[in-house]
Design a protein around this ligand. Structure first.
Ligand code: ARG
Length: 560
């Protein structure tokens, strides 16, 4: 039950509608004052009365019922207290009825949302820079599904461009089949780096590379076979990482998929008078919108990244009839997205407004930056493995006799990497620190996982509550109930703002509140009725934390 809605429906405040009141109802800073508060300052103007007076009148006119137990006016606010037993019974009732579905909803029914994320480049390293798009996108995918949408996960592979000519040239000159087979992406990257070094000394290599690229385009058998092999090796390598991170896609249609879908776009642009020639290239002029032109065809007739994205958006609309199409891509590409969204708008695609660039900040390691060309790269797989290794050391230290340590360390280590990338507002640049993400007392996934293990152990000792009743509810218990009840709102907000960090923060907050309850209130030694109720609270917390972490792609070990 939505208590805010209940209160809003029963308040009379001048001309204000129920929805307006609903949006004004806030949480008071201090829970002693009440559970919800209506600030009356904004009303003073239209109602021509002092806020304190308005608050008093609203409070006097509010008819209490078995849900709202107390209404008071203080300094221009009306404070409402909800009947704790009702709140508790409703919340726990819902959690136990819905269990692993708790927090889900049907609000997205009938709406398809395309999510373009991770979008790796063939034969280029899968490095720490790809972490955010991969885990943010994956979390948004899970969240949309949970809230009833039909998500379509798309890996818009970077599988087109002159770099593949370079790679073929390098492979034919210096590559060995066995080395590449064994070394995978890293061996391919080494070839790529070598090409650039050698081409600096001998620029004619670039012509050779261009010729090879042309051969791919002309479907020359050998070149295409090599390219496909590079692609296969790449997908095998990244597949391993996706599996560790529990990341999935419904479509792998990458840039080359649009090779034969761009001509109609170019024709349409020309027909609509949007195409202009500039220094031999075909462009869409965006000066009127304060942007540099969007280049559609280079002077040599080659298409560009933007051309493919325009064709891809049109294809996705036609294929999926999306409600929204999200692009989870770093903010460095802000201009690119603004430009091609604008071009689609100018083409008269009214759905261009449904394209959303979900931009995020950079992740760097404490020891500095990287560059693909010079070969200085931090591989995501190495970061994950190191985190798992460190988790194993910590767990072994804390609990030497724990069974299944390796599997648990994997869940904890992988979780730490994901959580580290998702805990902050996505637009913030972050510096990844192993010590920080594996701090068991910090705002981390392992802190939350550890809390779950604690709850599990309480339930193991005390048994699950067979029946429970919310009697006299102490403040620690009530704080917990309020947090538990909040999951559906948090999820709704996280989706609306495309911010999984809200879920991560919620999980930490809930874990902290549970731990306070755990230390302040005795569970197993309480008298029977209280003990049952506290066991029920413990189980409800465990269910809720698991659901929250699950939406981030993080698992929960039984023991730690
Ligand atoms: N492969 C690109 C890169 O690494 C990201 C592609 C994002 N998706 C898109 N539709 N442009 O920068």
């Amino acid at each position: 039950m939505d208590f805010k809605r209940h209160i809003a429906a029963h308040i009379q405040a001048g001309e204000l509608s129920e929805d307006e009141i609903y949006s004004m109802l806030a949480l008071p800073p201090n829970t002693e004052m009440g559970d919800f508060a209506l600030p009356c300052f904004r009303l003073a103007k239209t109602m021509r009365k002092a806020p304190a007076l308005i608050a008093q009148e609203i409070a006097d006119n509010y008819k209490k019922d078995d849900i709202v137990s107390q209404v008071s006016a203080v300094n221009g606010y009306v404070n409402f207290k909800i009947n704790r037993a009702v709140w508790t019974e409703q919340t726990l009732g819902r959690i136990f009825a819905e269990r692993e579905k708790y927090g889900s909803s049907e609000e997205g029914q009938g709406r398809t949302v395309c999510i373009d994320y991770s979008s790796v480049n063939i034969a280029k390293p899968f490095h720490i820079g790809h972490l955010s798009t991969t885990v943010l996108g994956s979390s948004l995918y899970k969240l949309h599904k949970f809230l009833g949408y039909h998500p379509v996960g798309i890996n818009h592979l970077g599988d087109y461009g002159t770099q593949f000519g370079k790679l073929i040239s390098a492979y034919k000159r210096w590559g060995k089949k066995e080395d590449i087979e064994k070394g995978g992406l890293r061996a391919l990257n080494a070839l790529y780096v070598r090409f650039h070094e050698e081409a600096e000394k001998d620029p004619s290599l670039n012509d050779e590379a261009r010729a090879f690229f042309k051969k791919i385009e002309e479907k020359d058998e050998e070149s295409v076979a090599l390219f496909n092999w590079f692609k296969e090796l790449t997908l095998k390598d990244v597949g391993r990482i996706y599996e560790m991170l529990d990341v999935h896609f419904d479509s792998w249609a990458g840039e080359s998929f649009y090779n034969d879908k761009m001509q109609p776009v170019i024709d349409e642009l020309r027909e609509k008078g949007l195409l202009k020639e500039s220094e031999g290239a075909q462009i869409v002029d965006l000066e009127a919108y304060g942007m540099p032109p969007c280049i559609i065809l280079r002077s040599d007739g080659a298409s560009l990244y933007a051309t493919r994205d325009i064709a891809a958006a049109i294809y996705r609309k036609k294929t999926y009839d999306f409600y929204k199409c999200l692009y989870v891509v770093a903010y460095q590409q802000n201009l690119h997205f603004k430009q091609f969204f604008k071009v689609l708008e100018l083409m008269g695609k009214e759905w261009a407004k449904d394209l959303v660039h979900v931009a995020y900040g950079m992740v760097s390691l404490e020891d500095g930056s990287m560059s693909t060309r010079k070969g200085k790269v931090v591989y995501l797989e190495d970061v994950i493995q190191k985190c798992v290794q460190k988790a194993l050391t910590i767990i072994t230290e804390k609990n030497p006799s724990l069974e299944n340590k390796e599997a648990i360390a994997k869940t904890v280590g992988v979780g730490a990497v994901i959580f580290g990338a998702l805990y902050n507002n996505k637009i913030k640049d972050i510096t990844f620190s192993y010590d920080k993400v594996l701090n068991f007392e910090g705002e981390t996934s392992c802190y939350v996982q550890y809390t779950c293990a604690r709850a599990n152990s309480v339930l193991e000792k005390g048994g699950k509550a067979a029946s429970w009743k919310a009697g006299d509810i102490c403040p620690q218990e009530f704080e917990l109930v309020k947090r538990l009840a909040d999951l559906p709102n948090v999820l709704h907000d996280a989706l609306e703002k495309y911010e999984p960090c809200l879920i991560a923060r919620y999980a930490v907050d809930l874990a902290q509140v549970y731990n306070k309850f755990y230390f302040d209130c005795s569970i197993l030694n309480a008298e029977k009725e209280t003990r049952e109720f506290r066991l029920a609270l413990t189980e409800a917390t465990l269910i809720t934390l698991k659901n929250a972490l699950g939406l981030l792609g993080i698992g929960v070990p039984e023991k730690m």
